[in-house]
Unconditional design. Sequence first.
Lengths: 487, 522
Amino acid sequence: MADVVFPFPFPEHLDLILPEIIMAVMGMVVLLMSVFISKSKQNIVAWTSIVTCVVVAATVLNVAGQDVTTTFYGYFELDAFAAYAKVLMLVATVFAMILSLNYIKDLANIGEYYTLMIFSVLGMMLMVSATNFVVMYLGLELMALSVYVLVAYERDVLRSTEAALKYFILGALSSGMLLYGISFLYGSTGSFMYTEMGPLIASSGEDARLAVLTGMLFVLAGLSFKVSVAPFHMWTPDAYEGAPTPVTAFMSVAPKVAGLVVFMRVLIDVLPGLQEEYTTLLIFLSVLSMAVGNLAAIAQRSIKRMLAYSTIGHVGFMLLGMIAGTSAGYAGILTYMTIYLFMTMGVFGIIIMMRRDDIQGELLDDFAGLSKVRPGYALAMACLMFSMAGIPFLGGFWAKYVVFIAVIEQGHIILATLGVLFSAIGAFYYIRIVKYMYFDEERVAFNFAKELPLQVTVVVSTLIIVAVGLYPEPIMEMCKSAVVGLL
Amino acid sequence: MELNNMLDFPILSLAIFLPTFGALIIWLFIKNDNAVRWAALLTSVATFIVTLPLIFMFDTSTADMQFEEFHPWIEAFNVNYHLGIDGISMPFIVLTGLLIIICIASAWKCIQTRVKEYMLSFLILETTLIGVFSALDVMLFYFFWEALLIPMYLMIGVWGGKNRIYATVKFFLYTLAGSVLMLVAVLAMYFEAGHTFSMLDLMDYPFNFQWQFWIFLAFFIAFAVKVPMWPVHTWLPDAHTEAPTAGSVILAGILLKMGAYGYLRFSLPMLPDASQYFAPMMIGLSLVAIVYISLVAMMQRDMKRLIAYSSIAHMGFVTLGTFVFTVQALEGAVLGMISHGFIAAALFLCVGVMYDRLHTREIGDYGGVVNQMPIFAAVMLFFSMANIALPGSSAFIGEIMVLLGTFAADPVHLSVSAKWIAIAATISVVLSACYTLWMYKRVIMGDVIKDTVRSMGEMSKREFALFVPLILLTLWVGFYPVPVLDLLHASAAHLVEQATTTKLDAAAALIEHSTALSAAAN
């Protein structure tokens, strides 16, 4: 009997992809569990998903840091950078799942909800580990398709379906742009591998220049859509507002982390030869995002829409780290995202808690007088808002600090000045929430949800933000070591 | 690193964190309003007592930093928890300790809602204020400087007057917008000076003129908003008017001094050449503040607004004294700030005493108060006179020193003759008499016309007790300022020397050196 001949040798170091394998298996297990477990015990499904994420995060930490970082013939890479991003996304997912516990209970098919979350995280994990445009694109679509469905999860609510449809159409458009750009780059280099494309693009002659630049433009535009950078941000406020609140919390952190990590990888590995060109482009995108995010947020009356614009602004600040283009800048982005994760989860925890009967605390007015009824949560919210505004002794200050110092190191002083001025303008709408909570009288009676998971989320996030504000060194060090070897 | 700390005890840290510690205890364990008041008072008194050794053990013979503490904080960016004081910062720390006690005691009766939050705001404010004045690391300074906005924002917004929200948001955004520019400047300096945030290193580093020029402008905006200097002063009357009495006291007594302190700690020693270059502009703006704002003050109908404008005018004297670069004027400026801390605080307390009775700050609603409250009228007369800088009051010493120092200033640095500057500034002495005495006449003197005034009762013992330390200090410094001047002298002289020694030669030498190095490397 002849030996079976594989066209390729069996891939080695498969343990690097173990976290993804566990995630994929558990996604299906969770789906099946929800079918077999009676309706009253569906919480088991939720907790299984949460435990899965925790276990997978632990696995990531366990298998990362080996000498060998790639598997599947170099198509998959688990370096410190990817490992950090994965842990970050998994932590965000755990938070989002905890926020979902009671929120989603009333909706049908809990199992599908958690399965979709798990699969979207799986997609993100593939994205950040991809060393190749095809793998990256597959991960991205897995993530995006799952998130579209999650946004539409309250399918009887018009707003939710409308948001999902908008998100889907614009998302599909942006995927198209991304693919279009990739095809240009492929056409000029004949490869999909980041590291092979990089030198070829850098050394491409004048005749290929137009194709390469067009490719770069479309790839960056497609990615900008995913991380909601202005002027590609149009879908963000609608999708944020329409999605169930825990999904909003989820999609304002996890996909952003994945998108930004891919963004950084593409800049570092694929486009190092075009640094001058893409820096100009990024400066434009960054300033526009800071402006749109911080100015448009002022006009919002819904807190979820306001937070959507706030995300746009924050991503604009994060782009500063890429403009710097140094390891300090990339570490700064990771630091920013880490701190942003906890701020966002804390804020959404409070918003979900404010749900009363059918109406949830969605308008800014709903916060009026909160400090008298719920002084503890008002204090937490105030801390988180001051943190978002970047006022010290709170974590958000250091988040801005790390990206500003990185960009100033590269001599972009005017850009940094614009950035701090926009952050001062942005402070207005954050402190306006504090104004509602502390200076105004209560308008509608509060019916604050007393749910332990939410309370824990809020308290833990706030404490972390305060602790990071007082002693940011550990997080900065972690992020610094995560980008070692990246450049 | 050699630390200069005679006590060998982290006394500054204790002063910084004792209020926060007290605030935590109050927040977690104390429920009853009255107990909260006593606990807050106890904490503030304890903090004040902790700051006293700073005076008594202060070495007046040196301009070096004293009571230093040093711990690495964020090693990745070389940010350190570095504290230390000299003769310029020390008085403000002690003054903060004193005024916070008065603030807490003054709120005993008039704050009845959310007493706990009120006391917590003040204690946390105290932490940030002492932190600002004792930080020797720029990032640490900025950390406290910005953190201060949070308690202040809440204080004006929660316990303020009718238009409080407008006032507090304006205050917050003005000061934030100013100070973020300082952050950019500080980060730029960090790289230029070789990765250091240490104020002492930055004072020694030879920045070339280009650098000094831009950094000076960034600092200027940050500090000018805080002082406040014309034309970015407009937040102050609003904030003062709407703030609760104690908020105005601390705002006038300490917060305004932070801006001037910034000039003394950053602009003059770190950027001497730019300071010289911009001195005419700074002096011009100071004169505008002194003369124009005094005229504006005269036309106010609201007592608190009037005193707020008067504060701006008095701070004009301080910035004038800062930018003529003579030891005498500089000492006068610092002394003037200390004295203004007593007098403006006391005047706001006076308004507070009346406001607690009639709930109006309009000058027109009073008249003939002396008939109902003779003791109060005497106290207010005392501080009105002190506000005019009558000889015998602490303000007189400060202003006369600034004027004399200005007369003696070296005209090389200035575009007009120093005499004319001094003469222009002297006008304010007349103007301050006009607005202060006119207000006093309309509020206190005359017959009682309004029925509401008839209902006003004399000050309680508690209210009177608030004024006693301020009266004594105003008189003491007014009659015998030598001990205070001794504390200042070494540091002020050193500062003037720093501010008048150009860094440009060293900067040129540095550039030459580095070009030579790179040439040698090639």
